[in-house]
Every structure is written in C-alpha cells, then in structure tokens.
Design a protein around this ligand. Structure first.
Ligand code: HMG
Ligand code: MG
Length: 302
C-alpha cells in the first residue's frame, strides 16, 4: 500500500488538551489558541465540548469560546455533543461538525458518559439525525479501541461492533482512539481493520494518546494502511479526566515533523505551530510536551 501524499490533521488541543487542565483557562486564551492554530495552517480544529459542567468544568465556557472565534474560510470547527441537550446547546454556536463519543469498552462508557454502549447509541441516534438535518457533519469518536483503563486489552471485534453501531445510526466518519496510549502498531492496525469493515479509508482517523511513547509508531502503522486523517494536540496537551493514567495526545508538532520528513503534505507551518504551542504552554507555566518543539526551540536559542 503506497503511503498517502497528503494528511489532514485535526488539532484537538483546545478540547482534548484543555479539558484535562485543573487550573481554569480563560476563554480569551482558548480563543487565541484557536486563532494561532488556524494561522499555522490547521484546517480542522476541535474547539470545545457541550458536556455537563459538573463533569468537565473546563469546557463550561463553550458558548463564549465559539462566539469569540474569528472564523477563517476553509477551516472546520468541531465540538463534542454527548446527547440532545448538548447538541441543542451547540447548534446555536454553528459548529461545522459535531462529535458523538462512544467507547469499545463497557466500563469506560459508564465512567465517561454514565451509560452503557447500547444506551449511548440510543442517545446518539437523535443527535446524529438532528445534525444531519441541520447540515452539520457528524463524526464519532471511538475510545479504548486497543485498551481500557478498567478492562485491559480490547479485542478488535469489539471495535468492529461499535463501528457498526456508529455506521448504523448515520455517523459519517469515525476516530479510532487509543485513549490511554497503550497501543502498539499491530494492535492499532487490527483496530483499524475492524473499523474498515464499516467505514472507508477516507472516513477513519487515528487519535493516539502518547502515554508509552508509541503514538508516532502507531501513526506510521496507520499510514501504511492508507489512513490519512489524524488527530493530535498542539504542545502534546491532553488526556481524559475519566481515563486514569491517560497522558497527552500525540503532539501536533511531532506529527508534522514526521510527515514533513516523509514528504507528506499537511499545509501546516511548523514554526508557527511551535509558536502556538509555546503560547499555550507559557500560559500553563510549562514547556511544550513535544520533542520536535523542544528541538526547534533549542535550535532557535542556540
Ligand atoms: P448524566 O449525569 O448521566 O446526565 O451525564 P443526565 O441526563 O442524567 O443529567 C444530569 C445533569 O447533567 C442534569 O443537570 C442535566 O441537565 C445535565 P441537573 O438537573 O443535575 O442540574 N446535563 C448536561 N449539561 C450540559 N450539557 C449536557 C448535559 N447533559 C446532561 N450535554 C453526560 C451524562 C454525558 C452529560 C455526562 O456524563 C458528561 O458530561 N460526561 C462528560 C464526559 C466527557 O466530556 N469526557 C471527555 C471527553 S471524551 C474524550 O476525551 C475521549 C476522546 O478524546 C477520544 C479518546 O481519546 O478516547 C474523544
Ligand atoms: Mg482523547
């Protein structure tokens, strides 16, 4: 299988990255982060989520963030909506895409969204229907596709089962997520192969947390299957508050460095991306969690 010539990235930093931060991040900082990401060439940005503020207080300012963004033509702004209540709140803010989020593991589904996999699909179905009727694109995130913090290894059949359910309710594309970063290349390929029984190669994306340093290897394994959509987080921010031990997403800077080196087009300016990562890291009073960003910053100051 020839490698893709082009890769599309969704930066999930403003959502997946910041949802896990304990200290409040003001809306204007989130908005500025989105502006810097789009200026760096990101064409898809996961901005926020419409979830219970009791569960995820950091995302409680979803309306303010969506209202404050100066939208750029050609950029797709996506948001998470776990149920109709979330969708109804989101629709007023005109997202380009909504994301329903389920799990291949029963235990994680319960911990994360307080219902079983079957119940989650029942809740998602009217959301998907309403979004499609309103002309809003629909993505489905599939958590724990290789491992679960509560159940351990997850068999590819369970991923295929969830992908089939997502397809059945009209989800247009899905994310194969390694929520706790325990995946290794062959396991990740098996999760994709199970998903590809229900979705085409253009409808699947990789979402790898980097807990064990495997995310770049897993990306290459997915590229080898022809996958050309990936999610990553500027400065390696990220983690799920309901997935104990999950660390940040694969850093977008590291991913872009890999893809640049392989001659795969992303349309992203790595230097401007590094600056966006420094902006949010400075606010959080830490260094970017990205080897590529660190190397570039060291070179600049040498
Ligand atoms: P629940 O408690 O079962 O909901 O939560 P409920 O329907 O029983 O309602 C309880 C209360 O929540 C009510 O308020 C509702 O109004 C309110 P009260 O009457 O008590 O004041 N409520 C809401 N408020 C705001 N927005 C809503 C909403 N729905 C109900 N949409 C619920 C169910 C899904 C809401 C809850 O479990 C929740 O918010 N979970 C958040 C989970 C989350 O955001 N996790 C992180 C994102 S997923 C992720 O990071 C993984 C991913 O990156 C992929 C990967 O890496 O694996 C995507
Ligand atoms: Mg995630």
């Amino acid at each position: 299988m020839p490698l893709p010539h082009e890769v599309k990235l969704i930066d999930v930093g403003p959502r997946d990255g910041l949802q896990n931060e304990k200290q409040p991040v003001p809306s204007h900082i989130k908005i500025e982060l989105v502006h810097r990401l789009q200026a760096a060439g990101l064409r898809e940005i996961e901005v926020t989520s419409y979830v219970s503020p009791k569960w995820v207080p950091q995302m409680a300012d979803n309306h303010a963030v969506m209202a404050g963004i100066q939208r750029q033509g050609g950029v797709r702004y996506s948001v998470l909506t776990p149920n109709l209540k979330g969708f109804e709140a989101a629709v007023a803010d005109r997202p380009d895409e909504i994301v329903v989020f389920g799990a291949a593991s029963e235990a994680f589904s319960q911990k994360n969204i307080n219902c079983s996999i079957a119940e989650s699909i029942e809740r998602f179905a009217p959301v998907v229907q309403a979004a499609r009727a309103a002309g809003i694109a629909v993505r489905g995130a599939m958590s724990c596709t290789v491992g679960c913090p509560y159940e351990g290894d997850i068999a590819p059949e369970r991923v295929g089962y969830l992908a089939g359910l997502m397809k059945g309710i009209g989800v247009e594309r899905v994310d194969v997520a390694d929520t706790i970063g325990v995946g290794t290349p062959r396991k990740v390929q098996a999760a994709f192969e199970a998903t590809l029984k229900h979705f085409t190669i253009d409808q699947v994306s990789g979402h790898f947390h980097d807990t064990y340093g495997q995310a770049l290897a897993n990306t290459l394994a997915a590229l080898e299957l022809g996958v050309w959509n990936f999610q990553s987080s500027v400065a390696g921010l990220g983690g799920c508050p309901y997935a104990k031990g999950a660390t940040g997403n694969l850093a977008t800077e590291d991913l872009v460095f890999l893809l640049n080196g392989m001659g795969i087009e992303t349309g992203i300016d790595l230097n401007r991306l590094v600056d966006a990562g420094v902006f949010i890291s400075d606010f959080l009073e830490r260094k970017p969690n990205s080897r590529a960003a660190t190397a570039i910053l060291n070179k600049r100051s040498a």
